[in-house]
Design a protein around this ligand. Sequence first.
Ligand code: GLN
Length: 495
Amino acid sequence: MTDLTKMKVAEARDALRAGDVTSVELTEACLGAIDAADALGAFVHKTPEIAMDQAKAADARIKGGEAPSLCGIPMGIKDLFCTRGVPSQAASRILEGFRPEYESTVTGKLFDAGAVMLGKLNMDEFAMGSSNETSCYGNAVNPWRRGNDDTALTPGGSSGGSAAAVAADLCLAATGTDTGGSIRQPAAFTGITGIKPTYGRCSRWGIVAFASSLDQAGPMTKDVRDAAILLQAMCGHDPKDSTSAELAVPDFEAMLTGDIRGKTIGIPREYHMDGMPDEIEALWARGRDMLADAGARIVDISLPHTKYALPTYYVIAPAEASSNLARYDGVRYGHRARLSQGEGINDMYEKTRSEGFGAEVQRRVMVGTYVLSAGFYDAYYNRARKVRTLIKKDFEDAFAAGVDAILTPATPSAAFGLGEMQDADPVQMYLNDVFTVTVNLAGLPGVSVPAGLDKQGLPLGLQLIGRPWEEGDLLNTAYALERAAGFVEKPAKWW
Ligand code: GLN
């Protein structure tokens, strides 16, 4: 029955409704695939009992003639989402033993739509990273390998477990979150699709906060149609998140016509980075031709503040993180350090936080605290906020000039080897986000679509950036690109 796990959400939905398969069968197949894939380190908490209960309930609903879009679809959930009664650790030691009393709005919506939770997925600690190597569980592994070389590669990060699980057909789809690229970069590294919606489209309630003005949840799926189906179920207004938009949710799937004739696609000059591999340039040029062949008008555009995006992001994100992570003090959640005789409350905070947080999280807390400190606030944090406004304005100007979507590479390289960045300057790792952070800073929707393989046989992705709230239109352009690229390759099974 292993082929069942290869199904896409849309196929499984139709097969479930037609009675050709049951959710119990699909779920059992996924649970079997998950147990056989421990070498990928994708699932960090398996929830087979919950999955089977939900699958049985879904089958009963379908039998009763009621089958919402995700009824009976087995999925994985990133560890950043609070799931009631189930470990939700954000891949951090500091949240060891934390089992939320509540369900995040996004997972609650998925379950209301009938989704089945197979377990929690690996990620970088508190979603800080681009390789899944900062996880307290150890890294996830990319199911793809270079040619005939068996070097273990990163699935990307921070949603690396989600990407590995979907690419290896351990589940039909997964949730991710994206603060600076954490849905789109791992999607690109593993040959799957991922969309970060407009800031405010998905509720952040119940998602462990990293940088609140940048964080958004989104789906990671086997194709664009599945991304549309999942996004539809995940988003919508939530009074529990004050930044959640009070806007109606369109039928994203119904907007997938593949017709992009007359659309204007911008190619931003500043995204031609020094030292970018020729293959990435070539893929980008091919993407441009594919969209032109599909009837879009291609224009060169300028986003002049692009070069400031990474430094701006790496001031704002750590600033917000340092404030958000102040709540992990050993009193309220998870881990608490043991004290020796004579030690007091300050020792408890210090010890708990130094034992509970990994090196990258500690680095971000320190950077964040520094840029928010009285003496440096104006020089760093306020300056970064101003530059952020300029970056956003670059996009607004492009859209005002008639651009419907912007095409860029998703990442500056294919997946790299695990451990390869270990001794590098941390900034080397931050460079991974060069094409994605601008989108979070501007609050825009961005989607990564697999578009080809590099010389070593690794997947590469293209990114499309859309106008705010126009995810439907953006997904349709992505759908046209997907059809033209015709990417169908799968990793060869070794795990
Ligand atoms: N890689 C980026 C970072 O480390 C983005 C992470 C994310 O989107 N969660 O901050």
